[in-house]
Design a protein around this ligand. Structure first.
Ligand code: UDP
Ligand code: MN
Length: 331
């Protein structure tokens, strides 16, 4: 009779290490469900945890609780903790403060935060061997890390220091990436395959041809998320918007999980409604920037940049970019 061999330290890690994501509305919650299924189907051994706000519908929250090991409700607007006070002073950092809550999950010894607009193509569990803060270089400014994926160690102390940093220093880009990059200045760089921004497959095709097969996590960064795309049920493929053709295999993988594993569990939910909600976020952003006279063109411009279609002499000229940066500094 052979005894079961269990590596004690490993089995402990499985229970005390977790992937953590965030959804503040049903659109991102759908993204989180697809992400969770993709991690499971690639064979992760770690716990799955999601932070949600009360603006995620109850139906969706109950579906989340069937897929994630932990669904944790955080609402910084209701809370009496110091995040609330910091938020009153820095209202522009709304979703960012919610994301910072991931440091309060001290029931785990180590976590990997993943944006809800990511998809696992292979098991990324080896990330847990890296220290805080490990991440992938941002493609826009590689001295900064992209905050769609980061390895971190939950700690109440770090959380409090981050809130203080948010209150005092703020964020140079208005989001969590700007805030975290000025806090964790000595970050550890890990391979791009752990946070591949799908659109760059187009701008650096030779590298993609060489390394693309090793991709573990794809990030659908930008204003156009997989749940905004059109799916053709007849052919079983996504009708990718013009200029985004290189994303097709990843969008198809996303939709395949959505159609087979997520949508059947969401009987009352209309994805178009969810998409409308997350578009509303983009619209709010556009409105905020629109007030400064740069609205629509900026969102379109971002999409073009991400597709690698930069208009060096036109809308993306240095003067326009400078005007935009200055307008953000004044906000
Ligand atoms: N997020 C959210 N609600 C929002 C905006 C963002 O829950 O209204 C969360 C979600 O997990 C998302 C992450 O914050 O993936 C970062 O936002 P997003 O992915 O849209 O930013 P990008 O990666 O495109 O810069
Ligand atoms: Mn993202």
């Amino acid at each position: 009779m052979g005894a079961e061999i269990v590596n004690v330290s490993d089995s402990k890690d499985f229970l005390t290490e977790a992937y953590v994501t965030l959804a503040t509305n049903d659109g991102y919650a759908v993204g989180a469900l697809v992400l969770a299924h993709s991690l499971k189907s690639q064979g992760t051994t770690r716990q799955l945890c999601i932070l949600v706000t009360t603006s995620v519908s109850e139906t969706v929250r109950s579906v989340l609780s069937n897929v994630f090991n932990h669904v944790i409700i955080v609402d910084v607007f209701d809370s009496k903790d110091s995040a609330h006070l910091s938020l009153l002073k820095r209202p522009e950092l709304g979703v960012t403060f919610t994301k910072l809550h991931c440091w309060t999950l001290t029931q785990f010894s180590k976590c990997v935060f993943l944006d809800a607009d990511m998809l696992a193509m292979r098991n990324p569990d080896e990330l847990f061997q890296y220290p805080e803060l490990s991440a992938v270089a941002d493609i826009g400014w590689p001295d900064c890390f992209n905050s769609g994926m980061f390895v971190y160690v939950p700690s109440k102390d770090t959380y409090e220091r981050l809130l203080q940093h948010a209150e005092v220093t703020g964020s140079f880009d208005g989001g969590d990436q700007g805030l975290l990059n000025t806090f964790f200045t000595n970050w550890n760089r890990v391979s791009f395959v752990f946070n591949m921004v799908a659109s760059v497959t187009y701008t650096y095709l030779p590298a993609y041809k060489k390394f693309g097969k090793d991709v573990k996590l794809v990030h659908f960064l930008g204003a156009t998320k997989p749940w905004h795309q059109r799916y053709d049920a007849q052919s079983g493929t996504v009708r990718t918007q013009s200029g985004y053709e290189q994303l097709t295999p990843y969008l198809n993988a996303w939709w395949n999980i959505y159609i087979n594993l997520v949508r059947p569990k969401l009987p009352e939910m209309d994805l178009r409604e969810a998409a409308r909600q997350s578009f509303a976020t983009a619209a709010q952003l556009s409105e905020r920037i629109g007030g400064l006279g740069l609205g629509e063109s900026l969102l379109e411009g971002r999409a073009r940049w991400e597709r690698g279609q930069v208009e060096y002499t036109g809308r993306d000229s240095f003067d326009n970019i400078q005007a935009y940066i200055e307008s953000r500094l004044k906000m």
